[in-house]
Design a binder for this molecule. Structure first.
Ligand code: PRX
Length: 635
């Protein structure tokens, strides 16, 4: 039986066992039989969890775009690789064939080289969800430049911090972008960001909104004329298996965003393999993942995973609520989508609208539906399963992270029986464990603990760009010898995993990871603020929302509280992005602190949730009286 495609539950268990007992053999066979290489590896892996050193397919030579595009041309040249569905449904959808994609990526790759981009250079891509985004990403990979895609919803200072961190020499952006009824001035944001980014020499500009934008002489260049003059074929760079492929930033619980670095061969093998299995991909399926390419989900399952398998993948520019709440379902019907992959926050938002929006559509093309990004609550699970999946499409609740590169724990459709709110079983090659507070592995079932992974897999992030020490400390020291995910999980009586949420100071708001420390830092910059503490609290649609407890300086005491709250949220929006705005702000005279000065967030979380039942032991607090004051004035 094939190693690449899991056929049934028995086959899954067999493959799983093999992947644990003989990981070298297992990954050797998958990599060997399903990808094209310039040169094969000497060794399948060389890994060290203590030191956070991971190498896969050592000394192999490969180019991921040869695997995503070139090798399909003979058999699938005319097949659609990308369907572009624009924000405005009146604008015609585009079908880009593999032949056409080859030409577009080649032209873009040639332009990048002409403009001086070399192997190893970092290129920032700040584009809306349009075909040029996919083409730019692939063109970077073609020539060995490291792409750093930044979600086109981040503010200028967040963009600047990311560009500075990895010292990009080029930015690819557009005049603007559409999102529902809004037009976003991307160029304005980039211009502001670049005031603080001396490493950027050139800005390539895509035309999307056709609005007039300022162009800086010698730096900004319109892309289209360059593409028109470029050759439409290109010889791919020969990359080492461990050459960097991309950097993608994710929020940590403290400090600046972490530039997670993924390398070439391991990422390729793992995303290709997981795409095939988790979505039961078969030739002629039409796959749609609604994420933005600015997140890992988009990297792995809009672009690389599908294209590695020669699939047709949908790129959707719009939002689920525009022109109305039936947009997702309309697009599924229009393009006969077979696999649909979205986030719980979108499901919850759509589930609260009239059922008619979804019931008008038979959605009979669908085969598999998927969820990602945060725990899916029971109600949302059933709504999605019943009204979108028609109770006939398996719902795959996929747990993974930017750091993991690909899906780690998920049902395999038509193989693993699903259970509401459970991500279920690990994929072959993935060895999850639950750990207790004493750092012991918790054996047996019906237990909860901190979720760790005890053996490396091909697409594990290799480092945090420029800061390997931080990488080691963040992921490999809490539980020595294991990768710590930052999530808590429960293992049920049959061994199924349910992810219960973050156990660190990261809050997931509408599927976006937000570290509370950077938000506090932003707030503390306000001249009237002395100190602040942010916690998450449950929210019907967003999953979690942010609650801020803020102590004012004397100068702030006389100010109008509503105006102050507005200013504080504006500051957060400017520094991080609108997604990080606080839903609730409470001005307090103090924060509950331990004698060593640490804020007791556990208590603040309970107050934010409105749960006053049991604060636990507060006798060790420096200022226990503050708890009642905060509780009584909860907003
Ligand atoms: O807390 C987990 C949650 O999202 C975090 C990773 O976020 P990010 O790096 O942005 O990647 C999101 C997309 C892969 C995890 O630590 N998470 C992701 N998927 C699930 C989830 N929580 C519960 N269930 C999931 N299926």
């Amino acid at each position: 039986m094939s190693y690449y495609k899991i056929q049934n539950l028995e086959h899954y268990f067999k493959m799983y066992k093999k992947s644990v007992r003989e990981p070298k053999k297992f990954w050797d066979k998958i990599a060997d039989e399903n990808f094209v290489w310039y040169q094969k590896w000497d060794k399948v892996f060389d890994v060290n969890m203590q030191e956070a050193q991971f190498k896969w397919f050592l000394d192999a030579k490969v180019n991921i775009t040869k695997n995503c595009i070139d090798r399909h041309l003979a058999r699938r040249g005319d097949k659609t690789a990308i369907i572009f569905e624009p924000n405005n449904p009146e604008e015609e959808a585009l079908h880009i064939s593999y032949n056409e994609l080859y030409k577009r990526v080649s032209k873009m790759a040639n332009v990048l080289r002409e403009q001086g981009v070399k192997k190893g250079d970092r290129v920032c891509i700040y584009l809306p969800m349009i075909p040029e985004l996919a083409v730019a990403v692939l063109a970077c990979a073609r020539i060995g430049a490291i792409h750093s895609v930044i979600f086109a919803g981040f503010s200028a200072s967040a963009v600047a911090a990311r560009i500075q961190d990895c010292e990009c020499s080029m930015v690819i952006t557009s005049d603007g972008g559409y999102r529902g009824e809004k037009t976003i001035n991307l160029k304005g944001i980039i211009d502001e960001a670049l005031e603080k980014c001396p490493t950027v020499e050139k800005v390539l500009m895509v035309k999307r909104t056709h609005e007039t934008v300022p162009m800086k002489d010698g730096r900004d260049i319109w892309l289209q004329p360059l593409l028109d003059n470029a050759l439409d074929n290109n010889v791919a760079e020969i990359m080492d298996a461990e050459d960097p492929l991309f950097i993608l930033y994710t929020s940590g619980s403290t400090g600046k965003p972490k530039g997670m670095l993924h390398t070439t061969a391991g990422y390729m093998v793992y995303t290709g393999y997981t795409f095939k299995n988790v979505f039961n991909y078969e030739e002629n399926d039409i796959f749609w993942c609604t994420a933005d390419i600015g997140w890992i989900t988009g990297h792995s399952y809009i672009l690389y995973g599908p294209l590695l398998n020669g699939a047709t993948t949908v790129i959707f520019e719009g939002v689920p609520s525009y022109p109305d709440f039936s947009r997702f379902w309309e697009v599924i019907e229009k393009h006969n989508v077979t696999q649909f992959y979205t986030a719980p926050t979108a499901i919850r938002a759509l589930a609260k609208e009239n059922l008619d929006y979804v019931q008008r559509f038979p959605l009979s093309s669908l085969k598999v539906i998927g969820s990602v990004g945060e725990p899916i609550n029971e109600e949302a699970w059933h709504w999605y399963n019943d009204h979108v999946g028609g109770k006939r499409c398996p719902l795959v609740d996929t747990w993974w992270q930017t750091e993991t590169g690909g899906i780690m724990i998920s049902p395999i459709p038509f193989v693993t029986p699903t259970k509401p709110t459970y991500a279920s079983l690990p994929l072959p090659g993935i060895q999850p464990v639950l750990m207790d507070e004493l750092r012991n592995e918790i054996e047996g079932n019906q237990v909860t603990g901190s979720l760790c992974i005890k053996f490396p897999w091909p697409s594990i992030a290799r480092t945090i760009w420029g800061d390997h020490q931080r990488y080691k400390e963040t992921y490999f020291t809490a539980f020595p010898g294991k990768y710590f995910t930052g999530d808590g999980a429960l293992r049920d009586e049959v061994g199924y995993y349910r992810i219960t949420g973050r156990v660190d100071d990261v809050v997931i708001v509408s599927g976006h990871n937000l570290g509370t420390a950077p938000i506090e830092d932003a707030i503390n910059e306000h001249p009237a603020v002395a100190e602040s503490a942010i916690v998450g609290f449950p929210h019907d649609i967003k999953g979690n929302a942010l609650y801020g407890f803020i102590i004012l300086k004397e100068v702030g005491e006389s100010r109008d509280r509503n105006n102050l709250a507005k200013e504080i949220n504006q500051l957060v929006s400017d520094q991080i992005g609108p997604i990080a705005k606080l839903d609730k702000i409470q001005f307090v005279s103090g924060l509950p602190k331990t004698r060593s000065g640490k804020i007791m967030r556990r208590i603040l979380r309970k107050i934010a949730e409105g749960d006053f039942s049991n604060f636990g032991d507060i006798s060790t607090l420096l200022n226990p009286e503050i708890v009642d004051e905060i509780k009584d004035n909860r907003v």
